[in-house]
Design a protein around this ligand. Structure first.
Ligand SMILES: *[C@@H]1O[C@H](CO)[C@@H](O)[C@H](O)[C@H]1NC(C)=O
Ligand SMILES: *[C@@H]1O[C@H](CO)[C@@H](O)[C@H](O)[C@H]1NC(C)=O
Ligand SMILES: *[C@@H]1O[C@H](CO)[C@@H](O)[C@H](O)[C@H]1NC(C)=O
Ligand SMILES: *[C@@H]1O[C@H](CO)[C@@H](O)[C@H](O)[C@H]1NC(C)=O
Ligand SMILES: *[C@@H]1O[C@H](CO)[C@@H](O)[C@H](O)[C@H]1NC(C)=O
Ligand SMILES: *[C@@H]1O[C@H](CO)[C@@H](O)[C@H](O)[C@H]1NC(C)=O
Length: 622
């Protein structure tokens, strides 16, 4: 009897409405994007008023040749922007076909403190992660594909870390970062550029970390190896430069070769250095004042370059890629008629360098990326170029044909690098909905619901449910295809509470918003309000009826039900004791299966047991 009343209590408690979290909207003013709220180049979302994602102008020339994937871009206004608390700063992910926003990380704590650079997918110890450099803090940041912070490594004080590069190499067991080492050069070194004294200059270098322990595994510095006289930067007198921490190298990328040596790019020396991974000596220089290579062909020239990468090698040649900016922001003359991606073959035995392929700036002749940019090889062999100004980016087939280009509408925005990756994001935070009811001109009321799910890549459809404050009743009122970052659903009436549900391509539910209260605009029609009130009242009555019913008459039938169950359990137990079941199965099996040739004993016993259970034998009712 004790157990009966216990189970009854349990049953009752299951009927009591569970406490559900109700989405509480902050006042809209508090969720306004920070900065430039009226710029037409920034997208606004009703469901995420805190975001202000830069909008793209997309031009597709050969749709069938565009690789699948998402764009990874971290917009900013200026590389050293001070006032960085803006909703358009930070890591952003866009649909690589439409340019629609997929994820904005602009509101995450770490990215409201300064620019973000080198936002991309990386192999971190064998796992695909989102990685970036947070300039404001000198942090290397690793996020999961759930957008949660996984790890951070404080590289150095922001002034000493150059946030252009966070390059995971050797299957993600090592990471390369560029460092700046401001120091006073010796008199002897300073004299080489005609400076009488100690020239203050940034002797850049790079550091390699073990990504398990974040211990430094290689620390290379240029002091004593790269001379001040190698700089080609043409921006003022030597004495002025030497008094103001001369950025005479300005390194912007570093990569590792399969042999364990390094390629290191100096923009202000127009030089790629190969550095020994064994003892740190400079193996050769490509480009600049003292190139160790014979440059074959008039196009084998570059300046102010970015993004050196090892690509492949055979017995005689190594292939590397760079972005040849061909022009900087100083007065040095352009070295080519436009910026371009360059694939370069290096014959290191005969020290010959030649161009294999170029990927021209989409603006053609005179099209320059005077600052920043990058060169990425996609999975299908296409080349994806970032040109930095307006975050301009282009995709080319491997033989150089332009298949797509895009740039921000907001001319005042740029990026450091742009990437494209195949990607699946599974945000931990649920979808969000904003619901508002208002009167329509034809004297009816509509509830319009804006839904979005920041970072989700698999949503194909949205369901809209009419519900009550505690979410206990759900009525499906609308299903629509996902339209973009934000989708609008509507209910032809006033629904005071709603739930939005995200479905994937094959109709599986992959996420739900919390119960969201609808704002009723003062012009909602009285009819619609009355209808909603009646619906809610009917539901209340229904629930009361159920509760009453449970408490009064059916106690009897409930007890009877329990009694029947008890009797059945008892019967089953008795039968088991007398081995009745086994006997029964024996005869059953003989009748139906004895003629199946070659069937094994044990399997034969199993088959009828299962089929019988399916038909609802006493065991099912237990
Ligand atoms: C990276 O991993 C692959 C596959 O596990 C292995 O074949 C390769 O040798 C690894 N490369 C390095 C540099 O560790
Ligand atoms: C090695 O690569 C170079 C440059 O791509 C190419 O010209 C050469 O034919 C290749 N050698 C072999 C043996 O494949
Ligand atoms: C009710 O208000 C909404 C929001 O301001 C507006 O869009 C709509 O036209 C109004 N309806 C009527 C009938 O005035
Ligand atoms: C009333 O207008 C809305 C749009 O404003 C429309 O969706 C709805 O079908 C109209 N209802 C009737 C009864 O015409
Ligand atoms: C709109 O609906 C209300 C309530 O049914 C009614 O009183 C009113 O006359 C209607 N107005 C129009 C313009 O149809
Ligand atoms: C349905 O979706 C699941 C999960 O996304 C996926 O594993 C499965 O392959 C899909 N099935 C079909 C038929 O698309």
């Amino acid at each position: 009897m004790v157990s009966f009343s216990l189970s009854f209590l349990l049953l009752l408690s299951a009927c009591v409405p569970s406490v559900l979290s109700l989405e509480q909207h902050e006042p809209l003013e508090q969720r306004k994007p920070k900065g430039d709220p009226n710029d037409p180049g920034l997208a606004r979302y009703v469901s995420r008023p805190d975001l202000a994602a830069p909008i793209w102008d997309v031009k597709v020339y050969h749709e069938d040749q565009v690789a699948p994937g998402y764009w990874f871009v971290a917009p900013y206004k200026a590389i050293n922007q001070v006032d960085t608390e803006r909703s358009w700063v930070g890591p952003h992910m866009y649909d690589g076909k439409t340019g629609e926003l997929v994820w904005s990380g602009s509101t995450s704590y770490f990215f409201t403190q300064g620019n973000v650079e080198d936002f991309r997918l990386s192999n971190v110890r064998g796992k695909t992660m989102l990685t970036l450099m947070s300039a404001g803090k000198g942090l290397a940041v690793i996020l999961g594909t759930d957008y949660q912070m996984s790890e951070t490594k404080h590289v150095d004080a922001p002034r000493n870390v150059n946030t252009h590069e966070l390059n995971f190499v050797e299957n993600g067991t090592r990471a390369l970062v560029i460092k700046s080492h401001p120091m006073e050069a010796s008199k002897e070194i300073s004299k080489k550029v005609g400076y009488n004294g100690h020239c203050k200059a940034a002797f850049d270098g790079f550091e390699e970390y073990n990504t398990d322990t974040w211990e430094t595994t290689f620390d290379w510095r240029s002091y004593g190896k790269v001379g001040l006289e190698e700089s080609t930067l043409d921006d003022g007198s030597i004495s002025n430069k030497c008094q103001h921490n001369w950025d005479f190298i300005h390194s912007n990328s570093v990569d590792k070769t399969p042999e364990g040596d390094y390629y290191w790019s100096s923009r202000h020396c127009d030089t790629i250095f190969k550095i020994s991974g064994k003892d740190g000596h400079i193996i050769w220089r490509l480009g600049g004042k003292n190139s160790d290579f014979k440059h074959i062909g008039e196009d084998m020239v570059f300046s102010r370059q970015h993004n050196i990468r090892w690509r492949s090698q055979n017995d005689t040649h190594t292939i590397v890629s760079i972005l040849d900016n061909a022009k900087g922001i100083d007065v040095q003359k352009p070295t080519w008629e436009n910026s371009r991606g360059m694939l370069i073959a290096l014959d290191e035995k005969n020290m010959i360098a030649s161009v294999i392929q170029v990927y021209d700036h989409p603006d053609g002749k005179g099209g320059y990326a005077p600052r920043r940019g990058n060169y990425q090889v996609l999975e299908n062999g296409n080349i994806f170029m970032g040109w930095s100004e307006k975050a301009q980016q282009s995709e080319h087939t491997s033989d150089g044909k332009l298949v797509m280009e895009a740039s921000f509408k907001a001319e005042w925005l740029g990026s450091y690098r742009n990437y494209k990756f195949s990607y699946v994001g599974h945000p931990i935070e649920p979808p969000v909905a904003h619901s508002q009811a208002y009167g329509t001109p034809n004297n009816s009321t509509t509830t319009a619901v804006h839904v979005s799910w920041n970072g989700a890549t698999e949503v194909a459809q949205w369901n809209l449910y009419r519900t009550v404050a505690n979410g206990q009743v759900e009525i499906l009122v609308s299903t629509v295809e996902r339209l973009g970052f934000e989708t609008v659903l509507a209910y032809g009436g006033y629904a005071s509470y709603i739930i939005a549900e995200a479905l994937n391509q094959n109709g599986t539910v992959i996420g739900r918003s919390s119960v969201t209260k609808t704002y009723a605009h003062p012009n909602v029609t009285a009819d619609a309000v009355a209808e909603e009130d009646n619906w809610l009242k009917d539901l209340e009555d229904d629930m009361l009826w159920h509760a009453r019913g449970l408490l009064s008459n059916p106690i009897f039938s409930f007890l009877i039900g329990c009694l029947c169950t008890g009797v059945l359990i008892f019967m089953w137990w008795q039968a088991k004791q007398r081995n009745m079941f086994r006997k029964y199965f024996g005869s059953f099996q003989e009748q139906k299966y004895s003629r199946v040739p070659g069937a094994g004993g044990e399997r034969e016993e199993d088959v009828p047991l299962h089929s019988w259970r399916k038909e609802g034998g006493p065991e099912d009712r237990e």
